[in-house]
Design a protein. Structure first.
Length: 202
């Protein structure tokens, strides 16, 4: 019978693999450098192979190797994302924010303590806060991708229109473990001119 600690660490390895896969998807979709994409993919493939518990003399050897690679791979992913100009965030399976990178803090002009857990919700512009939270919670409940454009209000009280996309990552049994997402400032939608306004310019 396989010891519980091996099962737990194997599940954790699968979780990190899911996080890395999500990170690679984002890096590919947002990076303009082909060489960086190839380098990231190559490093990710090596990590995923080394996460597999084989080649040791005992279950404890496997656990030790997995534990080491978990720390290495998590550090690798966070380092890659920390140096991106794009705002990245990670949430847990409940939808609470547990990590953001420097670009995220720059965009929101907030401290990490203001953002983590459900602090990010207070940064949503009041007119769209309810609908954004409802859509986010629905996506988390259904373990599906979140894509939405909406307004935030940063620490300087400036309203910013952003595009948010978050991908779910799961364990080997398909259970939701969390989300990895990006938030990018985009051009505000143009307001439609009414017939009355058009007639005023005639």
């Amino acid at each position: 019978m396989i010891p519980d600690d091996v099962i737990q660490w194997t599940a954790a390895a699968s979780a990190v693999a899911g996080l890395i896969a999500a990170a690679v998807k984002f890096a590919i979709s947002h990076s303009k450098s082909v060489s960086k994409i190839i380098d990231l993919a190559d490093k990710t493939e090596v990590i995923l192979k080394e996460l597999k518990p084989n080649g040791g003399n005992s279950f404890r050897d496997a656990v030790n190797r997995i534990e080491k690679k978990l720390h290495e791979s998590e550090g690798f992913v966070k380092t890659v994302l920390a140096h991106k100009d794009i705002a990245f965030f990670e949430s847990d399976a409940k939808g609470d924010c547990r990590w953001v990178n420097g670009a995220y803090l720059t965009l929101f002009k907030k401290s990490i303590g203001d953002i983590t857990q459900d602090g990010w919700k207070s940064c949503l512009y009041s007119d769209n806060r309810e609908i954004v939270i409802k859509e986010w919670e629905t996506c988390v409940a259904d373990s599906r991708e979140f894509i939405m454009d909406y307004y935030i209000v940063n620490g300087e009280n400036a309203k910013v229109f952003v595009h948010c996309k978050a991908l779910p990552y799961k364990d080997d049994k398909g259970n939701l473990l969390g989300y990895l997402g990006t938030i990018i400032p985009i051009e505000e939608p143009k307001k439609k001119r009414t017939k009355k306004n058009k007639s005023d310019h005639k």
